[in-house]
Design a protein around this ligand. Structure first.
Ligand SMILES: C[S@@+](CC[C@H](N)C(=O)[O-])C[C@H]1O[C@@H](n2cnc3c(N)ncnc32)[C@H](O)[C@@H]1O
Length: 300
């Protein structure tokens, strides 16, 4: 019943009773593909095609068409052949493939960063998370999965069309909007209703403008995260935290992901890599008026 402790909760929260049995919607059983399921078809050059299966349906590719009925009822991992003879591997998309494969209006956080954010911001089961902006809902979904059915995620987005697109994307992925995930239309720079949150996640053009909201929403000991594509944003965000005080253990890092080819005699780094995407900034909410920054680089 932790969510009912909030003093300034939106009216929908007051009637919300956490349903502890409501975990993530049942994943389709890991057996045969069913009518209506989302399937990933991987071709021989590694291109991935998303297909929503429909009995009697047909999907056309450059390499030929595939009948949906050739997949419905087959085991995940089956290799099927188009009518032009091209071989395609059929699997269910992973979380990363789902969030990056969607048509989108905002730039989602890269999967390489999502994993690190969940661990560095310590999004644990039961945590109460405030987020802004929702964007495509990629970080929202990752956070919701991490906090589980006993946690809470409230996400602010100032653009209605983005919020609606995120709602559709989340519903498409989970089958429904879970009862412990709230999408709110609003400008976080103008303040938030939430109090006593364990984590605040920011992916905004000017995260320093959200600091007053972070101060009112985040409990002592809680962690604030900000994703900043430019180092000038990191600098202003950290300056803002130092100015208001009440934050400690400021740290920032970035992740470069370099794949490798390991095939026959070809053992080398990939020609392309996911290099810079954004700086990942973290800080802890500490006692009012304090500023605590260890001088060493510490251990991560
Ligand atoms: C880079 S996108 C966020 C992407 C998101 N993290 C994801 O994984 O898809 C930034 C979002 O913040 C929203 N935004 C910008 N300023 C905002 C504000 N003051 N309050 C709430 N949302 C805001 C934008 O409309 C945009 O959707």
């Amino acid at each position: 019943m932790r969510a009912l402790r909030y003093s300034a909760a939106p009216s929908s929260w007051t009637t919300w009773t956490p349903n502890l049995s409501a975990g993530p919607p049942a994943t389709p059983p890991m057996t045969e593909f069913a009518d209506g399921e989302l399937v990933l078809l991987v071709d021989k050059v590694g291109r991935k095609h998303r297909v929503r299966l429909k009995a009697g349906g047909r999907h056309s590719l450059h390499s030929g068409a595939i009948e949906h009925d050739a997949l419905i009822g087959r085991q995940e991992g089956v290799v099927v052949t188009t009518q032009l003879g091209a071989r395609l591997l059929a699997v269910r998309p992973t979380f990363a493939e789902q969030v990056t494969g969607r048509v989108r209006q905002a730039q989602p956080i890269y999967p390489k960063d999502l994993g690190a954010i969940l661990i560095s911001a310590d999004l644990h089961p039961g945590a109460r998370v405030l987020e802004a902006g929702t964007g495509t809902g990629a970080l929202t979904l990752a956070a919701w999965r991490a906090v589980g059915p006993s946690g809470l995620v409230v996400s602010y987005e100032q653009r209605e069309e983005f919020l609606e697109a995120a709602r559709r994307g989340i519903t498409d992925t989970l089958g429904e909007l879970p009862p412990n995930l709230f999408l709110k239309l609003g400008d976080i720079y103008q303040g938030v209703d939430e109090r006593d949150m364990d984590r605040v996640l920011l992916d905004l053009p000017e995260p320093w403008q959200a600091i007053p909201s972070v101060c009112s929403a985040l409990r002592p000991g809680g962690i604030v995260f900000a994703h900043c594509p430019n180092v000038s944003q990191v600098q202003r965000f950290f300056e803002g935290l130092r100015e208001v005080r009440g934050f400690g253990m400021l740290e920032v890092y970035e992740l470069l992901q370099r794949g490798w080819t390991v095939r026959g005699r070809s053992l080398r780094p990939s020609h392309r890599m996911v290099a810079h995407s954004g700086f990942l900034c973290f800080a802890r909410r500490i006692a009012e008026g304090e500023l605590f920054e260890p001088e060493g680089e510490g251990f991560r």
